[in-house]
Design a protein around this ligand. Structure first.
Ligand SMILES: Cc1cc2nc3c(=O)[nH]c(=O)nc-3n(C[C@H](O)[C@H](O)[C@H](O)COP(=O)(O)O)c2cc1C
Length: 160
């Protein structure tokens, strides 16, 4: 389905946490919790915006390939999973195994059986958030370690 066809409050859902999951070019799969992001229309396409700090293990994978999935669970479900995947790194853990997340892959997209909604996305543009571009300098308090997010603008390929 398209974004315009789903009855889905993206802002409300991502604020509660979603899983950004990537299969890299070696076939390795990792997932991390994200709660910052948005969606809308850009360049005539339905897109979503994802923000990943370069310190994340997932970051290297997002740089390696173009296709990611964003998984949303039913309200109140998989809270432990979202917490684990938002505090532990794929450098040290097989988070998918440890969280008992069963999945299938579809054209490189990872789809968790327990997800209520999965958005398949393809990155089409990326750049770092830049210190000098902040108009409200108070927001720089989010970057005490200079780990400025990379923003990925991703075309929404399918929502299921
Ligand atoms: C609720 C929640 C939301 C998060 N949102 C983001 C996010 O939007 N972007 C980001 O870079 N990290 C975010 N994080 C932090 C990563 O999920 C966390 O650092 C994770 O351990 C990275 O895993 P990785 O090293 O396997 O990539 C969030 C963490 C939590 C708990």
């Amino acid at each position: 389905m398209k974004l315009s066809e789903v009855n889905f409050n993206f802002a409300q859902k991502i604020n509660k946490g979603a899983l950004l999951t990537v299969q890299d070019s070696c076939g390795r799969i990792n997932t991390m919790t994200v709660s910052w992001g948005g969606c809308g229309i850009l360049w005539g396409k339905e897109v979503c915006f994802i923000y990943v700090r370069p310190t994340r293990f997932t970051y290297k994978m997002c740089e390696d390939v173009c296709d990611f999935s964003l998984s949303f669970f039913k309200e109140g479900e998989r809270k432990d999973t979202l917490s684990f995947c938002g505090t532990k790194s794929g450098r040290d853990h097989d988070k998918i195994k440890e969280c008992n997340l069963s999945y299938k892959t579809d054209d490189g997209y990872v789809i968790f059986d327990d997800a209520e909604i999965t958005i398949k996305v393809r990155k089409i543009y990326s750049d770092f958030i830049k210190e000098e571009c902040f108009i409200d300098k108070n927001l720089l308090s989010n970057y005490k370690n200079n780990d400025f997010h990379k923003v990925y603008v991703c075309e929404i390929i399918d929502i299921q």
